[in-house]
Design a protein around this ligand. Structure first.
Ligand code: ARG
Length: 589
């Protein structure tokens, strides 16, 4: 079933009116009203029509209004100078539209007509290095996009694309060689089996990285050694591969619980290294097609941007023959298209990697791996601290996801206790609620912003139970649940939704009718903040409705059932949208 929006349905009416007056149908476009006191929707087509047909706009508007006046979809049509048409919907039409949402499994969200198999590349942590806020943002936004794209019917394969093939691996190998030179991994003549157990645990690995990287930065000789080790690793030196495997496995083991707590999952835990078998193929093809050229010993793919300006080339192989970040990204595209049969790749990565992805996409399209419009960089801005500088922990270090979740959970406990929650719930339920509130706090704080913009992460502010915050949305959804529970206990059922009799009902219904638009815009721009806006708007409309319409005290049974019907639908929509944001709702709160 096509679930055309109110704007579309009314738009058809107006398009017909314009054509009946020998004018173009596109003039009938309907938008939400800028001035709700005059109408719910408006049509401004008379203004461009006046230019196009050299007529008076006010007269056109009046002619159009006259034509549509009798439609049973509309309650009133009023014209204001210089030619705006203000529209109010007929209450019966509104109610019947909302009843259709009630019967729909997707509560009004339309599925896509052209489903694709999408590789969604997000998370992107690096082996042996701690997660940082960029990985946090990527994970939160990526998870939400994954859920949203799936809801409308795309097949989405999420891939963490672990950073595990770059120089940091060589640095680690060299660092371990220094502290534990006796280990068999470094003995080139070693013929036995390498130990199954890792020589170091993950904390030890991770504690080595900062020093190793510092050393390489300050000492070119050390950097050379690290590069050499990386190259040998990539070329298959057995001991290095065995040691590398330990680092990789332990890193994954370490980060898995963090991602789980955050409610972020991946279908593939592939890394840069997994594209290694495709590197030689990609290099070969790039050479054959003369897309790659030699430059100062390295193999590069020149890149001219859309404006015809020559940009830095993409390095395919360094002069020592080693593969780098761009190489594995290009090879991964080849793997995704050829092996995994994907139609499209979306990357959720920090804005600062914009050039990198443009270079890679340029090479991939020239090699005919994918068309340009099937490669999307969904970049995001930085998460800043209250000082508006990139977020740091109190001790100035990198943020650890475990610590962030813990801080948010502690804060959630404090807030919940302020509402007397610990007297109502046992410890286990308290813990569950606090966790959900914490995750909602962190995720909504991130997702409600324009993805591309930087934002200030203020845990204090975003943990409030009032205002545009995750906890407020949970609170609002929980209240809907509790209303429905109480009604059920009193034997009251949700029923057919009747024509609205109050402005608050009307407003709530209109809010609910806009769900598809919110999802559509989110997908079009890969911007979950449209879902956040919808969710917040719905909560607010519901709250006003709830204050105006006293459900439990209502004596008109039909009205009461209708109001419960509205509550039920509002909850269903809220559950859907919060699910797409990756936010779970507690039963009670
Ligand atoms: N590991 C990278 C980093 O920490 C992010 C990976 C993003 N994904 C990709 N396909 N390059 O910056």
């Amino acid at each position: 079933m096509s679930k055309s929006s109110i704007e579309q349905q009314i738009g058809l009416l107006f398009a017909d009116a314009f054509t009946a007056l020998d004018m173009d149908a596109d003039l009938g476009r309907i938008t939400k009203s800028q001035r709700p006191e005059l109408g719910q929707f408006q049509c401004n087509g008379a203004l461009p029509a006046a230019k196009r047909y050299r007529r008076n706009p006010l007269e056109i508007a009046q002619d159009i209004a006259e034509k549509v006046q009798s439609s049973e979809l509309l309650k009133s049509v009023e014209v204001t100078p210089p030619g705006f048409i203000n529209i109010k919907l007929a209450d019966d039409f509104l109610a019947s539209s909302v009843n259709q949402l009630t019967d729909d499994a997707l509560v009004g969200i339309e599925t896509t007509e052209s489903p694709e198999h999408i590789a969604l590349d997000f998370g992107g942590p690096n082996a042996a290095k701690p997660l940082h806020v960029g990985h946090l943002r990527s994970s939160i936004i990526g998870e939400s996009l994954k859920r949203t794209l799936r809801t409308v019917g795309h097949k989405v394969t999420s891939d963490i694309h672990l950073g595990d093939w770059g120089t940091q691996m060589g640095m680690m190998i060299e660092a371990i060689k220094k502290t534990n030179p006796e280990l068999p991994y470094f003995d080139e003549n070693f013929k036995g089996e390498y130990p199954k157990k890792s020589p170091l645990d993950v904390t030890e690995f991770m504690s080595m990285y900062p020093e190793a990287s510092q050393l390489c930065k300050s000492d070119p000789e050390e950097m050379d050694k690290a590069r050499q080790a990386t190259l040998e690793l990539q070329q298959g030196r057995a001991g290095y591969r065995a040691l590398w495997q330990h680092i990789r496995n332990l890193s994954i083991e370490e980060m898995k619980p963090d991602f789980e707590r955050l409610g972020v999952t991946f279908d593939l835990w592939y890394g840069e290294a997994d594209a290694d078998p495709y590197v030689s193929v990609v290099v070969q093809e790039a050479k054959e097609k003369k897309i790659a050229i030699e430059s100062e010993g390295a193999l590069v793919v020149p890149y001219t941007d859309d404006k015809g300006k020559e940009q830095a080339p993409m390095i395919l192989l360094k002069s020592d023959g080693a593969a780098i970040y761009a190489t594995t990204d290009l090879a991964t595209i080849k793997e995704r298209v050829e092996n995994l049969k994907m139609d499209r790749c979306i990357y959720v990565v920090d804005n600062r990697q914009d050039l990198h992805f443009r270079q890679v996409f340029n090479a991939a399209t020239q090699l005919n791996y994918l068309a340009k419009d099937k490669l999307t960089f969904a970049g995001f801005g930085t998460m800043n601290g209250p000082d508006n500088k990139p977020f740091k922990t109190r001790d100035g270090g990198v943020l650890r996801l475990t610590d962030l979740i813990k801080t948010a959970t502690d804060l959630a406990y404090t807030r919940l206790k302020e509402t007397g929650a610990q007297e109502r719930f046992d410890a286990e339920e308290m813990a569950d609620i606090a966790h959900k509130v914490a995750i909602a706090t962190i995720k909504f704080a991130d997702l409600h912003n324009d993805r591309k913009a930087n934002y200030i992460f203020d845990l204090e502010k975003f943990s409030q139970f009032e205002g545009k915050t995750g906890p407020y949305l949970l609170y609002s959804a929980v209240r809907m649940k509790s209303i429905l529970r109480k009604a059920e206990e009193s034997g009251l059922m949700a029923g057919n939704i009747m024509a609205p009799t109050t402005e608050e009902e009307r407003e709530l219904m209109l809010a609910m009718m806009s769900i598809n638009k919110a999802v559509e815009t989110t997908i079009e721009n890969l911007q979950p903040h449209h879902l956040c806006d919808f969710s917040y708007g719905l909560s607010q409309s519901f709250s006003r409705f709830y204050n105006a319409c006293h459900i439990m005290a209502e004596t008109d049974k039909n009205k009461q059932q209708s109001w419960l019907g509205l509550t039920k639908l509002a909850l269903k929509q809220q559950e859907r949208i919060l699910d797409m944001l990756g936010i779970a709702i507690p039963e009670r709160m």
